[in-house]
Write a protein that binds this ligand. Structure first.
Ligand code: HEM
Length: 269
């Protein structure tokens, strides 16, 4: 078969011609290298002005003890459930109206039946709330059974207890928002149960109702607590919780400790 004819390159003026590579010259970066370099340049630019990369490294590159397992992911899973609630909640808030004279119920009906992907986003928020409650209890169980509440992590346990109460408050206040029959009567029962608590019980139920009667103020109060007060507190306390996790490090599983102790005992013999 005859060889294909190779035409000479068209003549270029000397100024446009690429100079031949010098010995020791690095290879020209391709598009992927250039894109990587661009990312690094942006991070460098921000870091030079904020020195935040040290904090990011401190938070993310930590030593983790031997023997950690899947149970240690429950805290992060709870955090992702919270993020899911925050994101889907923002979309629901675009349509929700805290109007007790039918507007609240109607806005939820509209989201469920008419808005594109509305039922899906509402479902993610509704089921996500149960998922978060289950995860927070499992995570609490993990920290309890692994002894992670002991010195020096007592404060993180206390913050955790507040996070648990806030998570339950989110579920309780969110339940009223559709303002259908089930939400209405279930919340009356819930507020009355709160009222039976010692000392602060009656004050708490009056505060939740926004007076002695269950009415229009109750819905706007639950709405403000559910959308503003508690999410803000939750986000801030999760930040404090994670700061302490990074500062104090993760607890080793109890059996790991006992292995270390037995090694110590063996070395003492
Ligand atoms: C919104 C709720 C919560 C979130 C998002 C959250 C998140 C986390 C994360 C990401 C960790 C590190 C990873 C891990 O050990 O799983 C952690 C650790 C910890 N959490 Fe939570 N947590 C929550 C609620 C709670 C509750 C209810 C308690 C207990 C009452 C608690 C007590 C602790 C303790 C003591 C640690 C340290 C564990 C260790 O050092 O091994 N947390 N949490």
């Amino acid at each position: 078969m005859p060889k294909p004819l190779k035409l000479p390159a068209p003549p270029l003026p000397a100024a446009l011609q690429e100079p031949p590579p010098r010995p020791g010259d690095a290879k020209k970066p391709g598009p992927i290298e250039s894109a990587k370099e661009a990312g690094i340049t942006v991070v460098d630019w921000v870091d030079e002005r904020t020195s935040l990369s040290g904090a990011a490294r401190w938070m993310m590159f930590r030593k983790v003890p031997k023997g950690t397992n899947w149970f240690y992911t429950l805290g992060s899973a709870t955090m992702f459930a919270f993020l899911n609630q925050a994101v889907t909640g923002v979309f629901l808030a675009m349509y929700y109206r805290p109007d007790p004279s039918g507007g609240a119920y109607e806005s939820i009906r509209y989201v469920t039946n008419d808005v594109f992907l509305g039922q899906f986003v509402r479902g993610m928020h509704k089921w996500g709330s149960s998922v978060m409650v289950i995860l927070v209890f499992l995570h609490m169980g993990r920290t309890f059974f692994f002894g992670a509440y002991k010195y020096p992590r007592e404060l993180n346990w206390v913050i955790g207890v507040v996070l648990l109460i806030l998570t339950m408050t989110m579920s309780f206040t969110g339940y009223l928002l559709p303002f259908d029959q089930r939400a209405y009567w279930a919340t009356i029962v819930g507020v009355n149960i709160n009222g039976t608590g010692p000392l602060i019980g009656p004050y708490l139920s009056d505060f939740l109702r926004g007076g002695s009667e269950f009415g229009a103020t109750t819905l706007s109060r639950f709405y403000a607590i559910h959308m503003l007060l508690v999410p803000g507190l939750l986000a801030a306390l999760i930040g404090a919780h994670l700061y302490l996790v990074a500062k104090l490090g993760t607890t080793a599983p109890p059996w790991q400790k006992s292995e270390a102790r037995s090694e110590l005992r063996e070395s003492e013999v």
